[in-house]
Design a protein around this ligand. Structure first.
Ligand code: NAP
Length: 268
């Protein structure tokens, strides 16, 4: 069976990599794109885009109505637009696979409710790299034994949100197994504000933004006489493509929202 796909954000770094990936997949067919530019054109008419006769729409509703037989929306944009795209897709029974990071908890709850009401599957994954998903799971395991932990995430300098969705997800997973603890010295004082990073449930998240980076994270645990570092590096955006492909296949079987790739991967 061929899965018909709409990509939102085709000119972006992730969107263009995804379109390259789709071109090599026999069972996945790109049928349309949603973009804030180039309304009414096709991809082949846009500079730097592949020579594909795929229509571009600025208005997501128009796109979904014109391509009512599409199966999946892959959203790789920005939080505000991505939320509208995802909500509109669910209202039109097109299953969203969302890589866009920065949705609030309230937005995820509202989308989850809508997904259940419309019986339309949806996967939101802060990280589609399988290695990163494993890194988060290993961190969750380690937190049971090491309550002292700091998360350092590093990304390219064009990233809009900080901390990264993956760092927030890691902290949420760790919170499930870690004995709550006030870390550091009780009288610790920041002489320069922000120097100790963001405080999430008394864990610290540090965000590094530099050109040359893609997506990297270290979770460092400290105990008596030892440290444990769990580290993952996405050294190219290829690292996300297997996870996106897998999520597209899985979302076809769902009738509710799943948050996190680990909840559709067989982790046994
Ligand atoms: P990017 O290169 O900046 O691409 C974002 C694209 O979205 C751009 O083409 C941008 O267009 C477009 N856009 C902005 N506002 C829009 C709107 N209102 N309507 C429609 N399109 C709009 O970023 P990226 O690196 O590809 O990342 C895209 C998203 O994926 C980000 O949220 C990022 O954090 C996330 N991400 C997720 C994963 C994962 O594994 N889940 C991995 C990497 C990145 P303009 O060029 O006109 O601004």
């Amino acid at each position: 069976m061929t899965i018909k796909i709409i990509v939102a954000g085709p000119r972006g770094k992730m969107g263009s990599e995804t379109i390259r990936m789709l071109q090599h997949e026999d069972t996945l067919q790109l049928v349309a794109c949603i973009d804030r530019k180039n309304d009414g054109k096709t991809l082949k008419d846009v500079n730097g885009q592949p020579a594909l006769n795929v229509p571009i729409y600025e208005n997501p509703l128009e796109c979904f109505q014109q391509h009512a037989d599409a199966d999946v929306l892959i959203d790789l944009t920005v939080p505000d637009a991505g939320y509208v795209h995802t909500k509109t897709a669910l209202e039109n029974h097109i299953r969203p696979v969302v890589g866009t990071s920065g949705f609030t908890n309230d937005q995820i709850s509202a989308l989850s409710k809508l997904s259940t009401e419309t019986k339309t599957g949806c996967i939101i994954a802060p990280n589609f790299a399988v290695g990163a998903v494993l890194m988060m799971q290993f961190a969750k395991m380690a937190a049971k034994f090491f309550p002292d932990v700091e998360i350092i995430e590093k990304h390219h300098d064009q990233k809009l949100d900080a901390p990264s969705g993956s760092a927030i997800k890691t902290a949420q997973l760790i919170k499930g197994t870690r004995k709550k603890k006030q870390q550091g010295h009780p009288n610790e004082e920041e002489t320069i504000k922000g120097s100790r990073g963001a405080n999430v449930d008394d864990m610290r998240i540090h965000s590094v933004r530099l050109p040359g980076l893609i997506a990297h994270q270290e979770v460092i645990f400290g105990g008596a006489g030892q440290t444990l570092t769990i580290k993952h590096d996405s050294i190219s955006r290829d690292s996300f493509m297997d996870g996106i492909k897998f999520a597209v296949q899985q979302v076809m079987k769902l009738d509710k929202l799943i948050y996190g790739l680990e909840n559709v991967l067989d982790m046994e």
